[in-house]
Write a protein that binds this ligand. Structure first.
Ligand SMILES: Nc1ncnc2c1ncn2[C@@H]1O[C@H](COP(=O)(O)OP(=O)(O)O)[C@@H](O)[C@H]1O
Ligand SMILES: [Mg+2]
Length: 296
């Protein structure tokens, strides 16, 4: 059971996307990369996962995606235990991690169709999904080019499409915009917003604030080396994070949020969030209730 400060008020939903309780990962040599964190992601919510390099973000996501065994605590994803029921977790998730290996001699269309075969999706359906995804991420024109000729932005959009072929319950993205030009980031954002409109849960590790503004909630993990490394510093709306003095992420978010407010050109975080939760509420009424994750 989660301690009270991590519990949402009101009913808990059986379809909770991610529940993490006291999760620990210790590496050889005594490095506690993740040191007992609690996270509760409800179905339909988009979570931004921030924190300095070495804070334990990738390690957490590797445990939640069954690539790495926790050394303590427990976690469920889409209702399945990541250790006891890893195969069910894998069937329920889409994953686009850092440095994913892809065969450069295959085309985008071939890779998407292969992914459908690997997920045992019948051939006609697999082909239809490949075409739909190519269109959705803006790669139809490049579908028959070898992936080795793709730009960084095209590769990331293909990674996103590949993670979605089997229509996962929960999507994990690890730094999808790192190293990309702003034009590529915008294209990825367009695809991302379309995805969010249809509900579904997304946990995204990201440093790009335009991406983070589309998140309902932000999790801030503590810094490397400091006495809070691998700890949850704060979890809440982007505005709450920006007001939390102890949060590194907040220090980074605050001036940016203030600048956006002064310019008044772009929608505020509040506007983005309320418009995305309004569109989501059509498909998932549960997501309209505000989770209240409070740091004690
Ligand atoms: N396989 C590993 N063996 C030993 N230490 C590791 C391993 N993977 C990660 N670490 C360490 O765990 C800490 C957290 O790393 P990571 O989860 O990659 O952080 P982040 O993704 O937040 O930048 C770092 O100190 C890193 O060096
Ligand atoms: Mg990382």
């Amino acid at each position: 059971m989660l301690p009270p400060q991590y519990r949402h008020e009101g009913p808990t939903y059986v379809n909770d996307a991610i529940v993490v309780e006291g999760l620990v990962r210790e590496f050889k040599g005594g490095i506690r990369a993740v040191d007992g964190i609690d996270i509760h992601v409800r179905a339909g919510d988009v979570y931004g996962f921030l924190g300095p390099n070495g804070a334990g973000k990738s390690t957490t996501v590797r445990m939640l995606t069954t690539l790495l065994r926790p050394t303590g605590g427990r976690a469920t994803v889409a209702g399945f235990d990541v250790v006891a029921d890893a195969a069910s977790v894998r069937r329920s998730i889409g994953v686009a991690l850092q440095d994913a290996a892809i065969d450069p001699f295959m085309t985008g269309r071939e890779l998407l169709r292969l992914q459908a075969v690997l997920h045992a999706i019948p051939r006609p359906e697999g082909h239809a999904r490949a075409e739909h995804l190519l269109e959705r991420v803006g790669l139809t024109d490049a579908a028959d080019r070898r992936v080795g000729t793709y730009s960084g932005g095209m590769r990331r959009r293909l990674d996103l499409a590949l993670a979605l072929v089997h229509e996962p319950v929960v999507l994990f993205l690890d730094e999808p915009t790192t190293g990309l030009h702003f034009d590529d980031i915008n294209k990825l954002l367009v695809a991302f917003r379309k995805l969010i409109e249809n509900g579904g849960s997304i946990l995204i590790i990201e440093h790009n604030l335009d991406v983070i503004k589309t998140a309902d909630w932000v999790i801030d993990l503590g810094p490397e080396g400091g006495d809070r490394g691998g700890h949850l510093v704060v979890c809440g709306t982007p505005e709450k994070i920006a007001r939390t003095a102890a949060s590194y992420t907040g220090r980074y978010l605050r001036p940016v949020l203030e600048k956006h407010r002064q310019w008044g050109e772009e929608p505020t975080v509040e506007e983005v969030r309320s418009s995305s939760s309004a569109s989501k509420s059509r498909t998932n009424p549960a997501s309209r209730k505000q989770p209240r994750l409070r740091f004690a």
